[in-house]
Each structure stands twice: as structure tokens, then as C-alpha cells.
Design a protein around this ligand. Sequence first.
Ligand code: PHE
Length: 356
Amino acid sequence: MALAEFLESLNALAAQARDAFASADSADALEAARIAFLGAKSGHLRQVQKGLGKVDKADKPAAGKRFNEVKVLVESEFEQAQQRLAGEGGGREEASDRFDVTLPGETLRIGHLHPITQTIREMKDIMGRLGFTAVEGPEIEDDWHNFEALNIPLSHPARDPLENFYLASAAKASGENPLLLRSQTSTVQIRVMEQQVAETAAGESPPPVRIISLGRVYRPDTADATHYPMFHQIEGLLVDRGVTMADLKSVLRLFCQSYFGGEEVHVRFRPSFFPFTEPSVEVDMNWRDGQGNEGWMEMGGAGMVDPNVLRAVGYDPEEVTGFAFGLGVERICMRQHGITDIRALYQNDVRFLSQF
Ligand code: PHE
């Protein structure tokens, strides 16, 4: 074979290989082109190399040299094509290869409200529908609002330093009216009535009151399954002309029925004593769960506002009467969710809290 003939077929092949590599648009297509042209056993270049033997003897060195040059060129063109695919198209293809549409999506972990906060919001909602406005009072209280105005005399055991969190330095500073962390939300009754009276023009009667107050209270109890030094109360107060115990019981029953759902919820009163109500009762609620269990649960205290309390804040007990109640929020929340240890609510263990 003449040199010219050999070189012609070699050059034609080099051009074909260049086109094939340049137009390969995927790693697979490029690999196929590589095997076709550069394949060690039967690639086109290998075939041409075999033709070297038939070239005229004198032309063999020139033909061999040219063959090697073209081979290096074709190989480098292959490498360039490989880099091109890895750079742009290759990356895209790899990513789409990896995308598995059957994989479950990433679930977002969304936070939620603490069970006590949920209970409090629900209670506010229910009492709001019954016409009670939610008000707040300070957690640091003075002796007047926590005891004195609530008809709790100086000698009363409820004032014992062992039963309360007095603020020692504040006690000294304020002399007669020491500060403490409030031990009950009944303090808010006093604050609301005082404010109503203060805003009433001389000679007029202060307006009716219909409020609830929900918040933290503090007592130095040792923590166990049913006690915690901080807990929440829902306090209700209704003062108007002609308010009776029957109104108190109706409101409490409606509240419990709305909270727990269903007509099957009943409320019972047991005679009791609180300095700021007369008569006073303990409130129990009858509950049933899905498994046929039922029982009575203590919810808190209630009663008709003591005339002394009305007088202390400037209401005329001859003109108006009122009822008040104070229920434990934790108890109601625990009953609803079947929680048996109050401490679990405040250990902030997400495994526990995320269940509600
Ligand atoms: N304040 C009382 C307590 O903490 C509950 C109560 C509120 C009782 C209102 C009567 C009226 O135990």
C-alpha cells in the first residue's frame, strides 16, 4: 500500500473520531465512541494499525510515526470530551441518576405548644364564649392582694412563711406589706374589682365583673407525682346583682362539658372553707374514659364572694353578689391526656412533650 493511501484513511478516521467524541452528549455515548475508535482489540484505529504491515517497506517508518501522532491526538480529544461532560452535562446527568422519586421526603420537625399552654388557650376560649374576659395579674404580689383584701387574717396559717415564697429583702423594704410569689390567682379578683371601683364616678355603682385569670402560682411544696412548687390556676369571678350558687354551678358544669366534651360530665360541690368565699365548696368533676372507667376528680375551690371581700374593694354587698372559683390547670390537663406525674410536664423532655 502506498503511503498516501494509508495516510488518507488515517486522517479520515481521525476526523470521524473527533466528530464522534465532540457530539457525544452523555458518558455512555462517549464510552461507546471510545470503544469504537480506541478499543484495544477491534477499534477502528487498531484496524488501521494492522494495515501498517501492508505499507511499502520504505514508507513504513514515516507511516508508523504518523500513526502514533494521530493516536495521541485522538486520545487527547477523547480526554477533552470526557472533561467537557464531567464539567457540565455530566454533572447534571449524575445528579439526575441519583434522584430517586420513590424515596420518602424529608419530614420537617415542627414545634408545637406545651400541653399546659394548649390547655390554657382552650380554657380561655371556652370561658370567652361564656362571656368571661381574660385578665392578667402580676406573679410577684403584695400581702394586701394575696391575703389581706381576701379576708385572710394575720393569724391565718395560709400566711405562714413555710407555706409561701416571701421575697426576704422586699419584705423588709416594704414593711407592712411584704412581697411574695402569689400563692393563688384570687389576687387578680382584688386587682380587677379595685380598678373597676377606681374608675367609677363618685355616687355611681361600679360595673358588673365577669373575668377569668389564668396564670402561675407558687407554693413551697416538695415535688412529687401530684405536687410541684409552681403550677397554674384558672380563676373566675362574676359580680353582679342577683348572682347565686346556681349560676356558679351552671358555669362550672358548662365549662367542664365544653372542655371534656359531652353531656356526661357532671360537677359536684362539697362544703368547704375559704376565707374569701361564703359559702365555700370544693369542686369535683365526674369523668369517664373510653374504657368504661369513671371517677370523681378534685378540680379546686369555689364559693360566693365573701361580703368582707366586696367591702374591702369598694363594692356594696347589699347591692351585688358574686361567685368565684379557682381550679388547677395541671390536674385538668393531666386528666385529659392521662398524664400521671405532674413533674413530667416540667422536665422539658421532648420525647414526652412531643406526644401532645
Ligand atoms: N384560691 C383558692 C386556692 O388557691 C381557690 C379558690 C378560688 C377558692 C376562688 C374559692 C374561690 O385554693
